[in-house]
Structure formats: structure tokens, C-alpha cells
Design a protein around this ligand. Sequence first.
Ligand code: FAD
Length: 554
Amino acid sequence: MTDVEHQKWWGWGVEGIAFHHEDKPAFAGFVLDKVGIDLTQPGGEPPTFDEIAVPASRLGDDLGARLRAAVGDHQVSTDDMLRVVHTYGKGMRDLVRVRAGDLPRVPDAVVYPANEDEVRAVVDATVAADAVLIPFGGGSNISGSLTPQPREERTIISLDLGRMNRVLEIDESSGLARIQAGGLGPDIEEQLTTRGWTMGHQPDSFKHSTLGGWIATRSSGMQSDKYGDIADITRGLRVVLPGKVVELRPLPSTSTGPSVREMIIGSEGRLGVITEAWVNVHRVPENRDVIAYLFPNWAAGLAAMAEISTSDAAPTITRVSDANETAFSLATRKASKGISGKVGEGLFEVLRRRGWDLEKVCISYIGYEGGAGKVRTEKSIVGKVIGKHGGIRLGRGPGAMYDQKKFDTPYIRDFLLDRGAIGDVSETAAPWSKLGQVYTTTVRAARAKFTELGVPGFIMCHLSHSYHSGACLYFTFAFPPNPDADFLGQYDVVKTAIQQSFIDAGGTLSHHHGVGTDHAPWLEGDISEAGTDLMVGLLRAADPGRNLNPGTLI
Ligand code: FAD
């Protein structure tokens, strides 16, 4: 059987790693205060696999034989666990449903091709049999873009690209690398960095998401201010469609009409299977530093980020948390090390004496990369902007903590679900002129829904991914739903209010999580009715039989 490693079937990441609160002394008090959950009480356990009923595979003999001929007997699986792993992504809806054993439709087989020829054979066999094909990367999406349609009668094949994980070549004079689409973040970076290169794309899901998935969902990494979003990083592509392959050579720029490359980026498996891409790569930087700063309030932090984006400095990361997220960060400090000794009572006492309202302070992280001179100059420019907006420098220690914690925090959603609570995210992007309004209306909308539901709720936000004209706002919300009402129904009330407020206040439905099924209701509000018509036309023309991941996007 295949040696591709998968995430837990019921949650984020791999078995044996979880979020713990015992080593974070302030966390239990914080959670009790904000959402009324008592962490001194034991949490529940996720279900065991035996407790859920998995519908039998409907893979027919003919298609099964063609798939086995295409990839080999051992690379076609109808194993229940593997089929469940390939049923959902890792959105809140996905996690709740899989834990509840809610499996109306599960892929009938999981197929692991080794190369593009095998992908072509699988695509052709699947479409010839009028079956459904769903490309699968790391299964980390949080927009419901993998889940089979519940009433799908046709056979469903999950095409897992996990064996196609190699960096195939590096064009050193152009700073381009050709990489197979199934490579996970660590696979890719390890192969690149041993040769002195980096792609610089680091989403928080880095360990469990793939190049193909990043491209198919228009992903963005935390260092996008320097390296760009995946849409900027991706230069050339190979995409398998039924009976043919789209080949887009890597070009720095081109004027070949509406961009086919852009059509593929964000296509969520509906326009074919991405098998490899040419991406921009950069020399591993000489220095890398993340410095933490503190602002007296959110408005000052936002204004400083906007000013940095038009300054002569070009940091890799610009991020500022609102007061609630800052409090959360402080509450997740570990007992011994802490975010920094400096963010302690001593510093707070000094700030209090200076007239700061400590309930309003906002922590910020700015990343720098490059030669020593460049980094020094940029720190100096940024330092002046931060000072101008009333901020102070905390230093490297808290910045390093941010770098370490960023891949652990995702496990907190499972921790909350074990305690019957919801913790989820929604993110958007908007012009600088509208960010303040998007923030205010979204926080207000979420709080109104917490009140309507009669639950203690918490919402926090950070700004990250700055551009010339605006930035991304990333909201995290949590609440314990009323146990007597529908769990996901209550989630929908809050999530819907947040998403609608994005569109109403001038933001997009998602800056980097994609559309999927979860955000599809807001697509027309985002790109207009005529824009949606164009997209429908494209999908119909490319896939008249709706064989390729139908249901996601539109
Ligand atoms: P999958 O989830 O496997 O698939 C996603 C979609 O892409 C599906 O529609 C699938 O059919 C399609 N697809 C996958 N591979 C291919 C292919 N080769 N060809 C065609 N279609 C394909 N996203 C960010 O951008 N930035 C973040 O910082 C970030 N942080 C996250 C943190 C957490 C805790 C979680 C759970 C998610 C996060 N995400 C983030 C979202 C998610 O990781 C991204 O959407 C990611 O790009 C999905 O990649 P994947 O390989 O897991 O794709």
C-alpha cells in the first residue's frame, strides 16, 4: 500500500501532537473569562474510528480495473479509513461532521499516481466512466472544497497527489523551480534549501498542504509581503484535463489575452489536475529576523502598517493583532519562557505610567530578510514609522516565539471541540481606506450574533499580508454553542454574519482560503452576477459532464 502520510481522520495534523493548556498558566483563566469554559473539568475525547459507520465503496469492477492498470494494484485503495480521510478538509463544518460520523457520501476509491502519465490515465478512465474525480493535496482546506456532493450518485474517485512530491529542476539563472504538485511544504523547502534556494511560501498550514492545493485555492503565506501570494509565485503550469494537457511555460510576464494561468489558479480542482508548476524561488536569505513591537491601540497599529507599506522598507511580514488577539497571545505564553520577559509586569507598569490603556495594547510582528545592511536600514525605517504612531519595540524574543508558535496554534480548534466549543476563522482583504470599517462592522456583527444566540462569544483579529492598496484582516472567533440547539446551525449564524459583513463593508469573501462550498454563497456579491456568469461559462466549457470536483466554487 501507498506510503503517503495523512493527517488525523478526525482533526488537524498528525497523531500524537495536540494543543495543551497545562504549560500556559494564564490560559485557563482567559478561556473561563472570555467564553465561560472551565478547563479544570476534563475535556471529551474525539470518537474512535470503530464508532462511525462508513458507507461501502461503490467502485465498480470495470473502473477499478482501469484505475489499477493506470497506477498499479497497490495504489488504488478502498480502505475505509483512507476514504474517510479523503472525504473532508479541515474546516469547522468538516471537523464537526466527521467527528459525528456524518458521511452521506465518501469517495469510493483513493488513487495515488506516481507521475503525469498516470494522472492522465486516471482522469481519462474516470471521465469515460462518467465518475467524479476530486484532486486531493494535503486535505487542509477550510472552505469545504473537497467534500463530495451529498447526493452524488456517480462513483467518486479521490486523486491523491502525495507521491508526486519532487523538485524536478531549478533554473538558477532565472530563479525558477519546477516542482511536482503533490509536494507538502516541508518536502519542497527541504529539497530547495539543500541547494540554497527557498520558495518563501509559508502558510500556517505549511506542514500539511501541497503546492497543487496552494495553487488551486489561491493560497498566501505569512511572508507574502516579500515573496508574494501563490498567484504571484506561480509562473508556469501543467494541468491535466480529460484527453489533454494544458502547458503554460514559465514567463516573467506575457500579454496573451485573458490569463489561462489565472484561470487555473483558484480553480479548486474544477478545471483539471495540476501536476506540476514552475515557481519563483529565491536564494536563502543571509539573515532572517522577526521583531515584535507594541502599539497603544488598534488604530495606531493599522495606520503604521499602512505607512510601512508605502515606505522604502520592504519587510517580509507586517502583522498587527487587535487588543483581543494580543490578550490571547499573552494568555498562551508558556510558564518558563513566555512571549518575552519584557512583555511582563515591569514593562506594563512603565507603559501604564506613560498613560497607555493596557486593555487596548496591540502586539505587532515585522519580519526582515536579506543582507545585514538591508535589514539594518529597513529596521531603522520601520522603527521610525512605529515611533511616529506611538509604538515601541519589544525585540527579537517575542518575535521568535511567534515564529515557533505559528504551526502549533492550529491544533486549538480540536482542543475546543473536545470541550464542546467552536473556534474558527474568517479572513478578508480590503483597501486601506475600508479596513477600519470592515473591522468594526465585522466585530459588531459577530457580537450581535453571540447575543442573539445567548452565548458568551469572543472575536479577535489581526492584520497581515500588506499590499500597495490594502491588506488582509484575519478574524478568529470562539464560543460554546447552546447544547440544546443545533451545533452547526449556531456556527452558521455567526459565520454567515461575519462573511456578509465582509462583502457589505467592501472586503472580499476570502483573501486566501478560497471559495469552496462554505463561501460560495458570497461569490456573486464579490464578483457581480455578470462575473459569476463568466465563471459558470468557463467551468461548463471545460467540464461539460461535471466530472471534476462538481459543487465547489459555484
Ligand atoms: P486540499 O485541501 O487537498 O485541496 C483544496 C482544493 O484544491 C480542493 O478543491 C482540491 O480538489 C484542490 N486541489 C488540490 N490539489 C490539486 C491539484 N494538484 N490540482 C487541482 N486541484 C487540486 N491557507 C493559506 O493560504 N494560508 C494560510 O496561512 C493557511 N493557514 C491554514 C491554517 C490551518 C490550521 C488550516 C486548517 C488551513 C489553513 N489554510 C491556509 C488553508 C489551506 O491550508 C489552504 O487552502 C491550502 O492551500 C490547501 O492545500 P491542500 O494541499 O491541503 O489542498
